[in-house]
Design a protein around this ligand. Sequence first.
Ligand SMILES: C[S@@+](CC[C@H](N)C(=O)[O-])C[C@H]1O[C@@H](n2cnc3c(N)ncnc32)[C@H](O)[C@@H]1O
Length: 172
Amino acid sequence: MKKNELKKDNYNIRNILGLQRKNNNEFYTPKEPIIELIKILKIPKNKVIWCPFDTEKSEFVKVLKENGYKVIFSHIDNGKDFYEYEPNEKWDLIISNPPFSQKRLLIERCESFNKPFCLLYGATIFSQSMGNTLNRCQFLFIQRNIKFTTKTDEVKSFQCAWLFNKGFPWIK
Ligand SMILES: C[S@@+](CC[C@H](N)C(=O)[O-])C[C@H]1O[C@@H](n2cnc3c(N)ncnc32)[C@H](O)[C@@H]1O
């Protein structure tokens, strides 16, 4: 079986098991770490950023737009499942806080586009079974806890890191 066929099968199994949606995926990012990230990365303003786990209410979408970037956003609630959907418009890189379930599969899906990606993950990613996936990534640790809000407006605070694919072009 070819590598791509295997990945497609993984996505299908994932859908059959109903793993695409989990309530513990609903953690909304505050704007501060996104503002800091933009200052660190210095991504050229002509780059188009795809936020695949976001609606117009997302701070990723708002902050990136406020900083002059063209942003494409999509979300499973709008029928745009990241494992099946890719925007028709030209896009250059992915930035977002993805669902925390199925991390390995999600990173493999990001890698399949052969474009830069930058994902916000809780530090628990380092204690999870990720195979060789993390060896293909680099990290930027955030030196304080991030306070996420949930669907019920609770605040959940935990340590996080930005995960980039190796060779992400705008890391100094
Ligand atoms: C951790 S939350 C982060 C939301 C937003 N990116 C933010 O930072 O505020 C991840 C979001 O991805 C959505 N999601 C889950 N599975 C998805 C999929 N397969 N495709 C697109 N969005 C998905 C969830 O419903 C959830 O709203």
